[in-house]
Write a protein that binds this ligand. Structure first.
Ligand code: NAD
Ligand code: ZN
Length: 364
């Protein structure tokens, strides 16, 4: 088992990563301050429940914990006010109080939703992230929790840190290939923004990673989480450097938004976004020559798209970028890479260059 510490001004917590951790959950929770008399409330989705709910529920109750649970439909649509309100009702009915603990068992959707429930129920109760997707190495760390409004993604949210992250990599064995590949987009992002030796390692070990070798997955998750921890520890509430985690996301969000979150997974959209960002980086910084080609090669190895599957309108994507939180009165802000393995916040990126980048990734 690998362990990372997240040290923040108000609190610290551990990220445990390894094989067989769900079976050890009762012990791991106790080691992190949860007591048998603290009521547990597990939130998961219907797909994850098929594989993991019963073993987790049984081992916790057999160890003397009292546990209730709720299953929500899988998918982004569960990050909504109606599901949130219904979960709050279930917590009340289960008699949860300020000492109760929420367990978020699932991918980023469950982590964001259950985390937001935890952040707001009785002004905040403890919660643990139990990630079951590769992408959730990103979403389970850092304390951003949220639900969506019909007019915008993650509009109702909070910075609310979990009490711990317990990441059983064995759960990745049941993940679909598409979701696994999607998760690699964020893994690759963490390398590209911070640690070029990690990118080299991903290149070298792609076969083991794609064949879901637990040891390699553990290492990839640990190294990617370490980048996220390093960034978040410096800037918990995104006043500055945390914005670099959005590398590839400005264009990625525009792709997701323009296609109503239906054609591309989040990882696929940011994969294409990272190609656009690499291309702009090369145009602005002569020191990053070759970055686009290298990025495309790496993403392709991991089965990720580097171009739009069907062209989207450049004007529609630009409209979306204009509405983006990262568009200020002084221009477009992009995270770009002046050199392989590092990124910087670039303000005032010219619209003409963005349009060329959109063209490069297949917009028309
Ligand atoms: N809070 C953050 O910092 C942050 C960062 C990145 C993404 N996110 C959010 O994360 C969400 C996306 O997360 P995701 O990609 O994990 O999606 P997800 O939670 O929807 O999971 C993807 C699919 O895989 C299924 N699944 C999950 N684990 C499984 C397993 N072990 N075996 C079989 N099936 C499994 C789920 O039921 C779902 O259908 C988005 O809502 C995004 O906004 C948040
Ligand atoms: Zn992301």
């Amino acid at each position: 088992m690998r362990k990372l510490e997240v040290s923040l001004p108000e609190q610290s917590y551990s990220i445990l990563i390894g094989s067989g951790l769900l079976a050890k959950l009762p012990n791991l929770l106790e080691m992190q301050g949860v007591q048998k008399q603290d009521r547990l409330f597990l939130i998961t989705d219907d797909q994850v429940a098929i594989h993991y709910l019963e073993p987790v529920r049984r081992s916790l109750s057999e160890s003397g914990f009292s546990i209730d649970f709720a299953i929500v439909p899988h998918g982004e649509q569960s990050k909504c006010v109606a599901t949130y309100e219904s979960l709050i009702g279930k917590l009340i009915e289960a008699g949860c109080n300020r000492k109760s603990v929420i367990l978020a068992l699932g991918g980023g959707v469950i982590g964001d939703l259950a985390g937001f429930v935890a952040a707001t129920y009785m002004r905040g109760i403890r919660f643990f992230q139990l990630p079951t997707t590769l992408l959730a190495h990103d979403s389970s760390v850092g304390g951003k929790v949220a639900i969506n409004h019909i007019l915008g993604k993650n509009i109702m949210g909070a910075f609310y840190q979990p009490k711990g992250v317990i990441y059983d990599v064995d759960t990745l064995q049941t993940l679909s290939t598409r979701e696994l590949q999607s998760g690699f987009a964020e893994v690759i992002k963490h390398g590209l923004i911070w640690d070029h030796s990690f990118v080299d390692w991903l290149f070298q070990n792609k076969e083991e990673l794609l064949s879901r070798n637990s040891l390699y997955l553990t290492e990839a998750i640990e190294r990617a989480c370490a980048v996220k921890v390093a960034v978040v520890s410096q800037d918990e509430t995104e006043q500055g450097i945390r914005a670099i985690l959005n590398y590839g996301h400005t264009i990625g969000h525009a792709i997701e938004g323009t296609t109503s979150y239906s054609a591309y997974t989040h990882g696929e959209a940011i994969s294409i976004g990272m190609v656009g960002s690499a291309w702009m980086s090369e145009k602005i910084h002569s020191s990053s020559q070759g970055l686009t080609k290298m990025t495309e090669e790496l993403l392709t190895h991991f089965g990720l798209p580097v171009k739009l599957r069907t062209p989207l309108s450049e004007d529609k994507l630009m409209d979306y970028l204009r509405r983006d939180k990262k568009h200020t009165s002084t221009g477009f802000i992009f995270i770009l890479s002046p050199i392989y393995g590092q990124v910087r916040i670039n303000e005032h990126v010219p619209e003409g260059l963005i349009r060329q980048a959109l063209h490069r990734i297949g917009a028309c």
